[in-house]
Write a protein that binds this ligand. Sequence first.
Ligand code: PGA
Length: 257
Amino acid sequence: MVKRKPIIAGNWKMNLGTVDEAVDLVRKLRPKIGSLKQVDVVLCPPYTVLAALAEILDRSRIMLGAQNMHWEPKGAHTGEISAGMLSGLCEYVIVGHSERRATGSVEETNAAVQKKLAAALEGGLTPILCVGESKSERDAGQTQSVIVEQVSVALGSLSAGDVQRCVLAYEPIWAIGTGAAASPVEANRVIALTIRGSIAKGWGEGLAQSVRVQYGGSVNPENIADFMAMPEIDGALVGGASLTPDFADLVLNAVGG
Ligand code: PGA
């Protein structure tokens, strides 16, 4: 069996964006989870605090990620940020989060997500590609087709080496921020059949087995171990539960204390 290193990422969304509050939380997390070797820990705060956190996380194993980026390297894109601007500050970038896709903007279509992935990889960042179905898509039995489309378009033209560098996150939209997480068994099945299945179709079973896939949607310190116990789930993308010092417990519970 392929050994995939677990990865737990905290997506702070539009929270803790002042230097004082961000530094305060990270100072509390660092002594507990700053030197873990068996799991990759990534914090994705607002852009405004990346530089300050990069400084205080120097020589810690906790890594940083951004929550979005544009595919162009520079230019007339008001309010956007490029891979080149991020690469000195962080190692990861979330791409295609459902809260961004929900804007319906041309910058968040599957085709745009593909361009962002390619630009992130080109810029030396590790993308965390989010995919997942809405409640109505799930109710209509479209989970599989929606996710196959998201994965195959986004990864579309990437080389096997680049696909291997990506992290994917299965985030059913109905489970995000609702307190109603997917069942671990169901998430495991979608990841195995649909997400790894799509990767296997394009790049072969071996590669599909080597890519890390997280689950996201109402993960907390109490339920994380149940997700980690699933063979296809390699970690979690955590929203609300990443905003307090209890995130350290979540990470520790993920790796068995
Ligand atoms: P949640 O968010 O953990 O608050 O449900 C997850 C996410 O949006 O990545």
